[in-house]
Design a protein around this ligand. Structure first.
Ligand SMILES: Nc1ncnc2c1ncn2[C@@H]1O[C@H](COP(=O)(O)OP(=O)(O)O)[C@@H](O)[C@H]1O
Ligand SMILES: [Mg+2]
Length: 293
């Protein structure tokens, strides 16, 4: 195994041990949960789902940090309609502290990356190591840290996936997405010993289509890779124009679609989390239900 991976994987296998900073923190119910939103293939909805999840968790009262790991094709700020500034370069060169690069909106914090930075392109920095250092220095400040992963199965992307407590693998019903997800799980298993991941089916149109993706992937991965896929649920394809998509996806409407997304997250946090967490998402979910009926 690569040396860096060994070092990083040791973090992953120690994930249930509390760091000294965590044990000093009296108000915590549980350590920070780190989730990578990933999937191998581009355009399957990783960034949209990572953003939506981070915002929903923040709304529910969790201190949430989203780190854009698509280092030089950062899309998170774009989707939020924020100006792009490549400030992340300054964090890499240690000219700016983390707090100066961070975008803060209440409980929701975003660390955007760069867009076409020549300095970043030319640099020999190990991006995964940098992100892991950032997480290690700041995880005590957050309940959740989400990574919006780039497409592909580069060593850096896999390393970041392996470092996290959970990997949410975003899959769409098309064959290439299903195949790429299988390849990702295979590499995570064989190179990092990861045997559990979560599956989220995005952009499905019918229940039958959703079930087919779930069955195909869970069974194949169980049978051939001896790995477990926990099914998070599905996010239906929304019929809005490309221009209107981000606004719809990230809005706070009480539509059936948004209610379903909140339910899916509640299902996860309930299993994962501390009492405050589940309660607050539950409260926001009940508020949705109250409005709908
Ligand atoms: N649930 C969905 N319904 C309809 N279109 C979607 C959905 N999720 C994603 N998309 C479309 O896919 C595009 C790419 O999404 P994005 O989150 O940037 O993917 P990735 O980060 O995996 O490349 C979005 O801009 C949107 O047009
Ligand atoms: Mg993306």
């Amino acid at each position: 195994m690569h040396k860096t991976s060994e070092w990083l994987y040791s973090f992953s296998s120690n994930k249930n041990q509390k760091s000294s900073s965590r044990s000093l923190s009296v108000e915590r119910f549980k350590p920070c949960t780190k989730i990578s939103v990933t999937g191998g293939k581009g355009g399957v909805g990783k960034t949209s789902i990572a953003l939506k999840t981070a915002q929903e968790l923040a709304k529910a009262g969790y201190r949430t940090l989203l780190i854009d790991c698509d280092s030089n094709l950062s899309n998170t700020a774009i989707k939020l309609g924020l100006p792009l500034d490549n400030k992340f370069e300054k964090l890499l060169s240690a000219e700016s502290p983390f707090e100066e690069v961070l975008i803060q909106q209440g409980n929701f914090h975003l660390l955007p990356a760069c867009n076409g930075s020549i300095e970043l392109f030319e640099s020999k920095l190990n991006f995964a190591e940098i992100i892991i250092d950032i997480i290690s220095s700041h995880e005590h400040e957050y309940d959740y840290i989400l990574l919006d992963c780039p497409a592909g199965v580069s060593r850096e992307a896999l390393t970041l996936n392996a470092f996290c407590d959970h990997r949410w693998i975003i899959v769409t019903p098309d064959k290439s997405s299903i195949t790429d997800s299988y390849s990702l799980v295979k590499l995570l298993q064989s190179r990092f010993g990861i045997k559990e991941n979560h599956l989220m089916v995005n952009m499905y149109q019918t229940e039958k289509q959703y079930q087919k993706v779930v069955t195909t992937l869970t069974e194949t991965i169980q049978n051939f890779l001896n790995s477990k896929m926990h099914v998070l649920g599905g996010v239906k394809k929304v019929e809005v124009s490309a221009e209107g998509f981000d606004t719809f996806f990230l809005s706070e409407t009480k539509s059936e679609w948004h209610k379903n997304f909140a339910k899916l997250l509640y299902g996860f946090t309930e299993k994962d989390g501390g009492p405050t967490a589940a309660q607050s998402l539950g409260t926001s979910l009940m508020a949705h239900e109250h409005d709908v009926h």
